[in-house]
Design a protein around this ligand. Structure first.
Ligand code: FES
Length: 142
Protein backbone atom coordinates (compact mmCIF):
# COMPACT_ATOMS: atom_id res chain seq x y z
CA UNK A 1 0.00 0.00 0.00
CA UNK A 2 1.49 3.36 -1.00
CA UNK A 3 1.48 6.44 1.23
CA UNK A 4 -1.32 7.90 -0.90
CA UNK A 5 -3.35 4.72 -0.61
CA UNK A 6 -2.98 4.73 3.19
CA UNK A 7 -4.00 8.37 3.45
CA UNK A 8 -7.02 7.82 1.22
CA UNK A 9 -7.97 4.77 3.27
CA UNK A 10 -7.75 6.72 6.53
CA UNK A 11 -9.78 9.58 5.02
CA UNK A 12 -12.42 7.16 3.81
CA UNK A 13 -12.60 5.38 7.17
CA UNK A 14 -12.81 8.64 9.10
CA UNK A 15 -15.38 10.03 6.69
CA UNK A 16 -17.51 6.91 6.97
CA UNK A 17 -17.37 7.16 10.77
CA UNK A 18 -18.46 10.81 10.69
CA UNK A 19 -21.26 10.03 8.27
CA UNK A 20 -22.42 7.16 10.46
CA UNK A 21 -22.43 9.51 13.42
CA UNK A 22 -24.78 11.83 11.55
CA UNK A 23 -22.24 14.62 11.37
CA UNK A 24 -22.66 15.15 7.65
CA UNK A 25 -20.06 14.63 5.02
CA UNK A 26 -19.08 15.09 1.44
CA UNK A 27 -19.61 12.16 -0.82
CA UNK A 28 -17.19 9.53 0.47
CA UNK A 29 -16.45 8.28 -3.00
CA UNK A 30 -13.52 10.06 -4.56
CA UNK A 31 -13.97 10.31 -8.28
CA UNK A 32 -10.69 10.30 -10.14
CA UNK A 33 -10.86 12.63 -13.10
CA UNK A 34 -8.52 13.43 -15.97
CA UNK A 35 -8.26 17.15 -16.67
CA UNK A 36 -8.04 18.29 -20.27
CA UNK A 37 -6.29 21.60 -20.90
CA UNK A 38 -6.53 22.43 -17.19
CA UNK A 39 -10.26 21.77 -17.00
CA UNK A 40 -12.24 19.01 -15.34
CA UNK A 41 -15.51 18.25 -17.11
CA UNK A 42 -18.26 16.50 -15.15
CA UNK A 43 -21.38 15.27 -16.88
CA UNK A 44 -23.95 16.33 -14.31
CA UNK A 45 -26.38 13.55 -15.26
CA UNK A 46 -23.70 11.04 -14.22
CA UNK A 47 -23.30 12.58 -10.75
CA UNK A 48 -26.54 12.44 -8.76
CA UNK A 49 -24.64 13.66 -5.68
CA UNK A 50 -24.72 17.09 -7.30
CA UNK A 51 -28.43 17.10 -8.07
CA UNK A 52 -30.07 19.69 -5.87
CA UNK A 53 -28.80 22.33 -3.49
CA UNK A 54 -26.62 20.88 -0.77
CA UNK A 55 -25.17 18.17 -2.96
CA UNK A 56 -21.46 17.53 -2.85
CA UNK A 57 -18.88 15.45 -4.59
CA UNK A 58 -15.18 14.86 -4.13
CA UNK A 59 -12.98 14.63 -7.19
CA UNK A 60 -9.27 13.91 -7.44
CA UNK A 61 -7.82 15.30 -10.65
CA UNK A 62 -4.86 13.40 -12.08
CA UNK A 63 -1.67 15.03 -10.82
CA UNK A 64 -3.32 16.47 -7.70
CA UNK A 65 -2.36 15.27 -4.23
CA UNK A 66 -5.51 16.64 -2.65
CA UNK A 67 -9.08 16.37 -3.85
CA UNK A 68 -11.38 19.19 -4.89
CA UNK A 69 -14.81 19.51 -3.31
CA UNK A 70 -17.56 20.24 -5.80
CA UNK A 71 -20.61 21.75 -4.14
CA UNK A 72 -24.12 22.46 -5.41
CA UNK A 73 -25.30 25.87 -4.21
CA UNK A 74 -28.74 27.18 -3.28
CA UNK A 75 -29.01 29.31 -6.44
CA UNK A 76 -28.45 26.34 -8.76
CA UNK A 77 -24.82 27.15 -9.44
CA UNK A 78 -21.76 25.20 -8.32
CA UNK A 79 -18.60 25.92 -6.38
CA UNK A 80 -15.32 24.02 -6.43
CA UNK A 81 -12.95 24.52 -3.53
CA UNK A 82 -9.86 23.01 -2.03
CA UNK A 83 -10.67 21.18 1.22
CA UNK A 84 -7.39 22.33 2.75
CA UNK A 85 -8.02 24.68 5.66
CA UNK A 86 -6.08 27.93 5.29
CA UNK A 87 -5.30 28.02 9.00
CA UNK A 88 -2.88 25.11 9.31
CA UNK A 89 -3.75 22.76 6.50
CA UNK A 90 -6.21 20.23 7.92
CA UNK A 91 -8.89 18.82 5.64
CA UNK A 92 -12.32 20.39 6.15
CA UNK A 93 -15.52 18.35 6.26
CA UNK A 94 -18.73 19.21 4.45
CA UNK A 95 -21.48 19.61 7.04
CA UNK A 96 -24.67 20.77 5.41
CA UNK A 97 -24.31 24.43 4.40
CA UNK A 98 -20.86 24.74 5.92
CA UNK A 99 -17.37 23.32 5.64
CA UNK A 100 -15.91 22.75 9.07
CA UNK A 101 -12.29 22.15 9.99
CA UNK A 102 -11.97 19.39 12.57
CA UNK A 103 -8.65 20.71 13.89
CA UNK A 104 -9.44 24.14 15.35
CA UNK A 105 -13.01 24.76 14.27
CA UNK A 106 -12.69 27.17 11.36
CA UNK A 107 -15.92 27.31 9.42
CA UNK A 108 -16.42 28.25 5.77
CA UNK A 109 -19.50 28.63 3.61
CA UNK A 110 -19.92 26.42 0.55
CA UNK A 111 -18.05 28.93 -1.58
CA UNK A 112 -15.05 28.83 0.76
CA UNK A 113 -15.59 32.16 2.51
CA UNK A 114 -14.54 32.20 6.15
CA UNK A 115 -17.53 32.34 8.51
CA UNK A 116 -15.58 31.70 11.68
CA UNK A 117 -11.84 31.58 12.43
CA UNK A 118 -9.13 31.05 13.37
CA UNK A 119 -8.66 30.82 9.58
CA UNK A 120 -8.51 34.28 8.04
CA UNK A 121 -8.31 33.45 4.33
CA UNK A 122 -10.91 31.71 2.17
CA UNK A 123 -10.42 28.22 0.82
CA UNK A 124 -8.78 28.08 -2.58
CA UNK A 125 -11.50 28.39 -5.19
CA UNK A 126 -11.62 26.98 -8.69
CA UNK A 127 -13.83 28.75 -11.24
CA UNK A 128 -16.83 26.77 -12.46
CA UNK A 129 -19.29 27.10 -15.31
CA UNK A 130 -21.96 24.94 -16.87
CA UNK A 131 -21.46 24.25 -20.57
CA UNK A 132 -23.57 22.47 -23.15
CA UNK A 133 -26.48 22.38 -20.73
CA UNK A 134 -25.24 19.72 -18.36
CA UNK A 135 -21.46 19.68 -18.26
CA UNK A 136 -19.87 21.25 -15.20
CA UNK A 137 -16.47 22.66 -16.12
CA UNK A 138 -13.99 23.28 -13.32
CA UNK A 139 -10.95 25.37 -14.14
CA UNK A 140 -8.06 23.99 -12.11
CA UNK A 141 -5.60 26.75 -12.90
CA UNK A 142 -6.63 29.82 -10.93
FE1 FES B 1 -8.24 24.35 10.26
FE2 FES B 1 -6.70 25.15 12.27
S1 FES B 1 -6.17 23.86 10.63
S2 FES B 1 -8.80 25.60 11.92
Amino acid sequence: MTAMDRRQFVELALGAALCSAGLGCASMVTHRVAPVDGNVRLQLLDHPDLHGAGGSLRVLPDGFEEPVYVLALEDGSYAAVSPICTHRGCTVDVRGPELVCPCHGSTYDRQGTVLEGPAERPLQRFPTRVAEGDVLVIRLET
